[in-house]
Write a protein that binds this ligand. Structure first.
Ligand code: GDP
Ligand code: MG
Length: 462
């Protein structure tokens, strides 16, 4: 995600870090490089211009001149301006005071509407809402069937009828009331391009049911084109926000960084993969941190929370807080992490993980070897790895079919993770890191259940 842009900025900033003082010329030069990086990332020209203008103005000003570490201060400014460009704060869904709240999804064919409908239903359900999925894409019979199947997979009721999109939407609200569902998600038809017929259909549904939220689904990988599409839909039907899909395949970030400023509508959710749980509220601050390679501890913690079983979660919480970690825990953690999805994604979210590690191929075979090594240790050795001397090392290597240098590597890695966990424990204790989160409703430690602090736009903390 955003790898190309991240790498470019990383290269630019690595030069900055070694400088004690920043002259106006330095600022000019670095700003020019950032400008190029953003343009190459397919960010809208106007957005780039205003972004660079703001960064330069602040960087030349007193803020940086007075800073102890001007390079660091400069990066901080870039981070803050990135957050602003991405929309500032996490957007919210409109909630109807009188249920059901109606949400309509619009977008071109293949943008990910039907998938997003099911993903959103799953997310809302996990927040205690009662969604109803509605198939109003009657262009192709397969489209209704696709949503019906996905609805079954997320275990959410489904509604459609073989009439016309407006009748389906109207009928869906009656059905929601009958079933006591408080959130209606209407999936609509797309076209390959914007045409009047498509817009007319959307306007007709819009007029008939007056959705509280009209969200446009756009494919991040289409870059600038996504922004043009968003402008056109906004003019035609009036949008409340955007769902940016396929950001997992988007190395450049142009759409993410342009939509809010060009269209004036916030990105509310992001699709991060094909699976139904690969979908998250769009947090500008966390995205900016990811782009700048600062990791994303909070998203990781939320992921850990969602994946861990209750008691495992409590254990992890204790570990994070104490900063104590044994190899036994390590093994357990690795198996948990395996359940969270590809290791790379998880590592990419940790701050301070070097790029080589983030990009390293870590596969299940490697995990199996590590498991074998740990299993070949005595329980005492697992709890106190410092006991592992030369002869123990040889024994463990033989027992696990590995070499002593493998054992050394594992112990070294383990030490690093131990350090990292200490850092995270500190973060979890402090509440949301002020730079990474919004520090509002998060308690002093990782809460024992549910997403922390109303992690979803539009819903107050429970
Ligand atoms: N990698 C990835 N694929 C996605 C994402 N969202 C949707 N897709 C895929 O995009 C394709 C089109 O999705 P679909 O929901 O049918 O699009 P629709 O025509 O707008 O309803 C499907 O193959 C989805 O699996 C995402 O966030 N990441
Ligand atoms: Mg569809």
């Amino acid at each position: 995600m955003f790898d190309a842009l991240s790498d470019r900025l990383d290269g630019i900033f690595s030069k900055l870090r070694s400088r004690g003082r920043l002259t106006e010329r330095d600022v000019d030069e670095i700003s020019r490089e950032i400008r190029l990086a953003l343009l190459e990332a397919d960010v809208n020209v106007r957005v780039v211009k205003s972004f660079i203008g703001r960064v330069k103005e602040r960087a030349i000003g007193a803020e940086v001149a007075k800073a102890l570490d001007p390079g660091q201060q400069f990066i901080k400014i870039v981070h803050e301006e990135l957050v602003a460009t991405l929309g500032g704060t996490t957007g919210k869904l409109n909630m109807s005071p009188k249920p059901p709240t109606v949400l309509m999804l619009a977008g071109l064919q293949g943008s990910g509407k039907t998938t997003a409908a099911a993903k959103l239903a799953r997310l809302l359900k996990s927040q205690g809402l009662h969604p109803l999925l509605v198939g109003a894409d009657l262009q192709r019979p397969a489209a209704v069937e696709q949503l019906r199947v996905l609805a079954g997979r997320v275990d959410v009721p489904f509604y459609s009828e073989a009439t016309d999109p407006v009748s389906v939407a109207r009928g869906a609200i009656v059905e929601a009331q009958r079933l006591g569902r408080n959130f209606v998600i209407v999936d609509t038809a797309g076209r390959l391009q914007i045409d009047t017929e498509l817009m007319d259909e959307l306007r007709a549904i819009d007029a008939a049911v007056e959705p509280h939220n009209t969200l446009l689904v756009v494919d991040a990988m289409t870059g600038q084109e996504a922004v043009n599409v968003a402008e056109a839909f906004n003019e035609a039907v009036g949008l409340d926000g955007v769902i940016l899909t396929k950001i997992d395949g988007d190395a450049r970030g142009g759409a993410a960084l342009s939509v809010k400023e060009v269209v004036g509508k916030p990105i509310l959710f992001a699709g991060t993969g094909e699976k139904l749980d690969e979908f998250e509220p769009f947090h500008p601050d966390r995205m900016a941190s990811r782009i700048l390679g600062m990791g994303d501890v909070l998203t990781l913690i939320e992921k850990v929370e969602a994946t861990f079983q209750e008691d495992e979660k409590r254990k992890a919480e204790e570990l994070l807080q104490s900063g104590r970690l044994t190899l036994e825990d390590f093994l357990e953690q690795m198996q948990q992490i395996k359940r969270m999805g590809p290791l790379q994604n998880v590592l990419g979210m940790l701050p301070g993980v070097p790029k080589e590690v983030r990009n390293a191929e870590i596969d299940d075979r490697e995990l199996g070897r590590i498991e074998a090594m740990i299993r070949s240790m005595t329980p005492e050795e697992r709890r106190r790895p410092e006991l592992i001397n030369g002869s123990r090392r040889t024994r463990i290597a033989q027992g696990s079919g590995t070499s002593t240098s493998d054992i050394n590597n594992l112990l070294k890695q383990f030490k690093q993770v131990q350090q990292m966990m200490k850092g995270m424990g500190g973060l979890a204790r402090k509440g949301k890191g002020d730079k990474l989160g919004k520090g509002k409703s998060r308690g002093p430690k990782m809460p024992a259940g549910g997403l922390p602090g109303g992690g979803l736009p539009g819903f107050p903390p429970r």
